[in-house]
Design a protein around this ligand. Structure first.
Ligand code: DGL
Length: 278
């Protein structure tokens, strides 16, 4: 596959969470051309109004599509996916893949029929989520924790700050005394990035389930027949929407994930600037 024939896939999230989805896709499809954008100017999305999330997501995806014709977009964010997918699908003719909390696989795996959903405050209160539970897990007792704090802790960890296990424990304390809770859905893409810390706080849980692998399979099947639109490909890169205060750890991370650079995306202008100059 030469560079011109590689489909370009954009991953979008409010922060670094989408990397947990990206790494699954990249592992299955190492030769594709990848872009990643995180909207740190509006992070965290957890408790933000739906209209704000919809407006920004649409604007950012259109802006990047203008820079480099995209072949597929992965909304690697459960919170955004619960509200933006219909709007994006109306504006784009390319496939838009959303991230849905893995309620169905959790309901299939649990032996005790007692499962937990760990997501953002926005995701746990959306109708979309209740419908998912009614459809796939009506025979289970489903506990829900909506947390913005856990999103911030995961984000800090990947930006190179130390993570405090007691803060995670405090967020999960409701579930501490539920010995038969055996499956937990990591319903925010940030949470697989702190899975080992979450695991330490909930030793009774046998299964931690996220949607990354399922998304990789979906992307693979959607792109099998795709005709590549992109002619002038830009470097495989990560965009942010606000300058970073501390970027050494993040730069190291994005390079290790296969991206060449970090750029600042001004969503209201056509100018793109390198953000990895020290
Ligand atoms: N990573 C996102 C999700 O999957 C959102 C985190 C946030 O900004 O609240 O829900």
């Amino acid at each position: 596959m030469n560079i011109q024939s590689k489909p370009t896939i954009l991953f979008f999230d409010s922060g670094v969470g989408g990397f947990s989805v990206y790494r699954e896709v990249k592992q299955l499809l190492p030769d594709y051309h990848y872009l990643y954008c995180f909207d740190n100017a509006y992070f965290p999305y957890s408790e933000k109004p739906e209209e704000g999330i919809i407006e920004r997501t649409l604007k950012i995806c259109q802006r990047i599509d203008n820079l480099c014709s995209l072949d597929l977009i992965v909304i690697a964010c459960n919170t955004a996916s619960t509200v933006v997918l219909p709007v994006l699908r109306k504006h784009f003719s390319i496939p838009i893949v959303g991230t849905v909390p893995a309620i169905k696989p959790a309901a299939e795996q649990t032996q005790t029929k007692h499962i937990g959903l760990l997501a953002t405050k926005g995701t746990v209160k959306r109708q979309y989520l209740s419908d998912l539970i009614d459809k796939y897990a009506s025979f289970c007792q489903v506990e829900k924790i909506g947390s913005t704090k856990l999103v911030e802790l995961a984000e800090h960890k990947l930006h190179g700050y130390p993570i405090n296990l007691n803060e995670i424990k405090a967020e999960l304390s409701e579930w501490e005394n539920m010995p038969d809770l055996d499956a937990v859905v990591l319903g925010c893409t940030h949470f697989p990035l702190i899975k080992s810390e979450i695991q330490q706080c909930l030793p009774q849980v046998k299964y931690f389930i996220d949607s990354g692998a399922a998304i990789a399979k979906r992307v693979n099947s959607l792109l099998k027949e795709a005709k590549v639109r992109s002619k002038n490909q830009i470097n495989s890169q990560v965009f942010c929407t606000k300058p970073l205060v501390k970027k050494d750890s993040l730069l190291q991370l994005i390079h290790s994930l296969g991206f060449e650079k970090l750029s600042l995306l001004d969503i209201n202008s056509e100018i793109l600037s390198d953000s990895d100059k020290k």
